[in-house]
Write a protein that binds this ligand. Structure first.
Ligand code: GLC
Length: 534
């Protein structure tokens, strides 16, 4: 650790600590995929006491808060995104007492805590759905039950995980946009909206600082549920319906009354569509996935950043940058892809050069941390962890893998438990040898505790970047670079230069502040970012 034995943990001053009402506008939030962060009880699955034991890691890194993936009771059809009880915590993670301990300790550390709200669907084990399955017509009204067309489902919609979006129970079928274990709610039934307001109140009263909201754009479907004639991935009849904005206005009122923050997971066709969810009386934040799907290319990055500035920042809202999460290939493996053979933009398949990927991921992190707005980091990004691309098939757990008949590997490779130490059982993640997803033998090379001690490590780069980042203030002004593969911008007195190509770049004036790679004075190395103070 970077503090001496017996010393107080290092505290990084931030808006969050000062209790500023708009602290989230430039906050850095660390996403904790709980199952894979740290395991205290030795069952090979991460838990809340495990997270609590490692809070110093997060404060010394310098983040303002954490977003916890769902940890409610759940049968685990989609690792917690199938919620059986929205006002409790799964016993495997330590139950409500462990959650209260975590919340209190996190607050003592000056960290905000966001939970994950899953309002589009629940679990088949949720009491409402059990009643619906038992045939109660009022309970069925809370979900989307329809008669089939003969032996065929009510329409041709496909689930995001593959296969039909409908499962038959008797003469009726229910809609599940994801796994059959995740029945979609009927948001046209007012009982559903009232229920979720109670859920938000429950957690706000308990002290939770905000929510990341799962697939916000999917709550409402086209009222007639017509067939979708085009590629299932772009089914706009199953999402982005205007009624969703009214729900967000209700939630925003509630959040404002409690001084809390809401960040949406919203995959919509254009940045203009996204901006609508960020109107002043809707969500404070929504992830900017437009940049997340960009390959390592200066022109693509610049165009995406400009789109965000023009269509979001110009409205007074902020951009919430993110390069990774628990659903996409890790940045190292996306940016290190030298030959692409297939897969979606979020999880491209092909040949990866890990060394190159780490280099570019470091440069990308520094670029994003210099931009105006807030940044979400996914656990493992701070150590340049690559995707585990070769998990054994028998270890895979993502429903995408099963529902695509093994053609889509899915998301397990970015969810492998973190390596804390270079040696030892499960690299310090757990006292168990076996973890819920197996760790590859090379994981120890990325050990967090080693990187904390090493000059120039990716962990130290992130820590130093978070310390220096407040120097970037105000609007972004692009600077000419004379090279197509180099982007440079100024914000206030700080300048950020990113070289996408391999050739070093002769930087102009300015005092060097931080660089993702060493380079001779006055230059920025190929595949790197450097910050200067003018
Ligand atoms: C979101 C989550 C993802 C989950 C899905 C269904 O996209 O990020 O992990 O599988 O929603 O809840």
């Amino acid at each position: 650790m970077i503090r001496a034995e017996g010393e107080e943990p290092l505290r990084i001053p931030s808006g969050a600590l000062k209790g500023e009402p708009m602290w989230w506008r430039d906050a850095v939030i660390y996403q904790v995929y709980l199952r894979s962060f740290n395991d205290a009880d030795g069952d090979g699955v991460g838990d809340l006491d495990g997270l609590r034991a490692r809070l110093d890691h997060l404060t010394s890194l310098g983040v303002d808060g954490i977003w916890l993936n769902p940890c409610y009771p759940s049968p685990g059809a989609d690792h917690g995104y199938d919620v059986a009880d929205y006002t409790d915590i799964d016993a495997r993670y330590g139950g409500l007492p462990a959650f209260d301990r975590l919340l209190a300790d996190a607050h003592d550390h000056g960290l905000k805590v966001f939970m994950d709200l899953v309002p589009n669907h629940c679990s088949v084990e949720h009491p409402w759905f059990r009643q619906a399955l038992a045939g109660d017509p009022a309970a069925r009204e809370r979900f989307v039950f329809r008669p089939g067309r003969g032996d065929e489902p009510p329409n041709n919609w496909q689930s995001v995980f593959g296969g039909p979006a409908w499962t038959r129970v008797d003469d009726q079928w229910y809609l599940h946009s994801f796994d059959p274990g995740q029945p979609d709610f009927n948001w046209r039934n007012p009982e559903v909206g009232d229920y979720f307001e109670d859920v938000l109140r429950f957690w706000f009263d308990r002290g939770v600082d905000g929510f990341r909201i799962d697939v916000v754009h999917m709550l409402f479907k086209h009222p007639d549920l017509p067939d979708w004639p085009h590629h299932p991935e772009y089914n706009i009849l199953a999402q982005n319906q205007p009624e969703v904005h009214e729900v967000l206005r209700r939630w925003r009122k509630l959040a404002d009354a409690h001084g809390r923050t809401l960040v949406g997971e919203i995959w919509v066709p254009t940045v203009g569509d996204l901006a609508l969810y960020l109107r002043p009386d809707e969500l404070q934040q929504a992830f900017y996935f437009d940049l997340l799907v960009c390959p390592w290319d200066a022109a693509r990055f610049r165009a995406s950043i400009d789109r965000g500035l023009e269509e979001i920042v110009s409205t007074g809202a902020v951009i919430t940058w993110t390069l990774a999460n628990h659903d996409v290939h890790r940045t190292v493996s996306r940016f290190g892809l030298v030959t692409r053979t297939g897969g979606p933009d979020t999880r491209p398949r092909g040949v990866v050069d890990v060394e190159l990927g780490v280099r570019r991921a470091r440069a990308a992190a520094m670029l994003v941390l210099a931009l105006p707005g807030s940044v979400y980091l996914y656990q493992g990004e701070e150590i340049g962890l690559p995707e585990v691309l070769d998990l054994p098939d028998e270890a895979r757990q993502d429903p995408t893998w099963f529902r695509s008949g093994g053609t889509e590997h899915g998301r397990d490779g970015c969810r492998v438990p973190l390596p804390w130490t270079a040696e030892g059982p499960s690299f310090g993640f757990s006292s168990a040898e076996e973890t819920w997803l197996p760790q590859p033998s090379w994981f120890g090379e990325f050990a967090i505790e080693d990187q904390i001690e090493q000059d120039g490590s990716t962990w130290r780069l992130h820590r130093d970047a978070l310390l220096a980042r407040p120097g970037f203030q105000g609007p972004l002004e692009w600077l000419p670079t004379g090279r197509e593969d180099v982007l440079a911008f100024r914000r206030g007195s700080m300048v950020c230069v990113t070289v996408f190509g391999d050739e070093p770049y002769r930087a102009g004036r300015g005092v060097p502040v931080l660089a993702s790679e060493d380079a001779p004075p006055g230059t920025v190395a190929g595949g790197s970012t450097a910050w200067f103070h003018e």
